[in-house]
Write a protein that binds this ligand. Structure first.
Ligand SMILES: [Zn+2]
Length: 205
């Protein structure tokens, strides 16, 4: 089962994390996870520039280190960077010690004030510790499933258009895995959001 909009219980499981912005304003937050990579991120930056949109990128430290030019362009163009660990570690599988060292390793490359857990996975007690390290732990309101091979791009687009609402944090991926959908769905969803009077905002950090 694909859960586009996370269930309320999950939100309670991670108290004090950021899932959705102001519900009274027609605003959305575009976020891109797992980059920056030369195959996809520059294209995303071109599209964002074309529409004059600023977005938040939850980068993987390993990619930041490998592709400094792409990373620097992202910063230079006014986008925001969040910590998504150094090597996209899954805390449920690899354990706490590696997890925190992966976070610190990222912070040495770039001092981020936002954090998003890889795979959205945490233990509730991690939230308390992470909140001391970051201004916001950013989750999401709409998961696009752009990385999912078994659905059509049309379905990915529908995940957005049928679930977006005021204050939605939308998750895309600037990864090769998502590219097949992203290259069609990103421009179409931006067009749809503009047509439906949504404004784009950076996550306050
Ligand atoms: Zn990720």
């Amino acid at each position: 089962m694909r859960i586009v909009r996370p269930i309320r219980l999950l939100r309670w499981f991670y108290p004090g994390t950021f899932w959705r912005g102001n519900r009274t304003v027609r605003t959305v937050y575009l976020t891109f996870d797992d980059g920056p990579i030369p195959e996809v991120t520059p294209w995303v930056l071109d599209i964002l520039k074309q529409y004059n949109i600023k977005a938040t990128f939850f980068c993987v430290g390993n990619n930041v280190e490998k592709y400094p030019q792409v990373f620097n362009r992202l910063i230079k163009e006014g986008h925001l960077v969040g910590n998504h660990t150094y090597n996209h570690i899954n805390i449920w599988k690899q354990g706490t010690k590696d997890y925190y060292s992966g976070i610190q390793k990222f912070q040495k490359l770039y001092c981020a004030t936002l954090f998003r857990p890889p795979h959205g996975k945490l233990y509730p007690w991690n939230v308390w510790r992470l909140k001391k390290m970051f201004k916001k732990i950013v989750m999401w309101d709409v998961l696009t499933y752009d990385f999912e091979k078994n659905i059509s791009s049309d379905e990915v687009l529908k995940n957005i258009t049928q679930n977006v609402r005021n204050g939605s944090v939308i998750v895309f991926h600037d990864s090769t895995k998502a590219w097949g959908h992203l290259n069609k769905v990103l421009p179409l969803s931006i067009e749809w959001l503009i047509k439906n009077k949504y404004h784009f905002k950076l996550i306050e950090n």
